[in-house]
Design a protein around this ligand. Sequence first.
Ligand code: HEC
Ligand code: HEC
Length: 250
Amino acid sequence: MNTLPAVVSRIPLGRWAVLVCLSITSHAVCAAAPGERGPQDTIAERVRACTACHGKEGRATSEGYYPRIAGKPAGYLYNQLQNFRDGRRRNATMTYLVANLPDAYLREIAEYFAAEHPPYAPPPVADATQPVLERGRQLAISGDAAKNIPACAACHGNALTGVIPAIPGLLGLPRDYLKSQFGAWLIGARHAAAPDCMAEVARRLGAKDLSAVIAYLAAQPVPASATPAASAAGKPPLECGSFAPQKSAP
Ligand code: HEC
Ligand code: HEC
């Protein structure tokens, strides 16, 4: 994995007393001097620290692990930034980058990436057999009532492209990233506000079904017009504490 020396510093800068800077070489990209609103003082410039890993406009890279952040519901992105900051989700780099950033700034960063809609790369070639992909499709779209597994689509939207304000889409994510998220829920390294429905979904999926649904999701092309649905199709099969943006830290 990339080990970029990234620096988040506090610099008095207009409305925000913070600035996300990145020094790839010894050169910090945050150019504006304290108190000065130079030409580079735009949110696009300030989130360069993010696009170094998450790709131009947050579209992900060909590196294969960094998740796309562009176009995800703002409430979802905001919750994740809070989760990294407050220890509900573990990733040393992400936690380091957002440590000490106030909620209002996290919200601004979240809204910036939520409004970006760059194109998706074509999906990688599926590495599973047709019956496995078909099982994955069934779980994603219909679930398996006999095994008490809810359909992913029941919460993530009929097109699996997420739901406003805080449910992420499931398409266009790297296979390794998907695997790692389920691993994190199972070992308690990723939490959302209680009740943490995804931890419950992860527990209900056995290893075989989990591989199948991941293989299916990672192999789906994403329609160019994919955006999160405006509202959920019906009553969710489980309660989730993170259906909405989390409250600000006290
Ligand atoms: C050094 C690389 C790196 C940089 C720089 C970086 N990220 Fe990340 N980010 C990651 C990795 C890796 C993950 C996945 C962590 C995991 O496995 O849970 C991640 C996850 C995320 C997520 C969760 C995505 C999801 O779908 O749940 C968000 C949101 C995010 N980053 C936003 C940002 C923002 C905003 C910045 C700039 C302030 C940033 N990242 C900078 C590596 C980076
Ligand atoms: C009861 C509603 C519900 C169901 C059913 C559900 N999810 Fe989720 N899922 C959520 C919520 C809410 C989140 C956001 C959690 C958070 O804020 O961390 C989420 C997040 C995720 C993420 C994280 C995406 C990212 O970018 O990091 C993945 C992956 C995921 N779900 C996969 C699935 C799969 C696969 C299924 C079907 C087997 C499924 N979910 C079924 C509610 C649900």
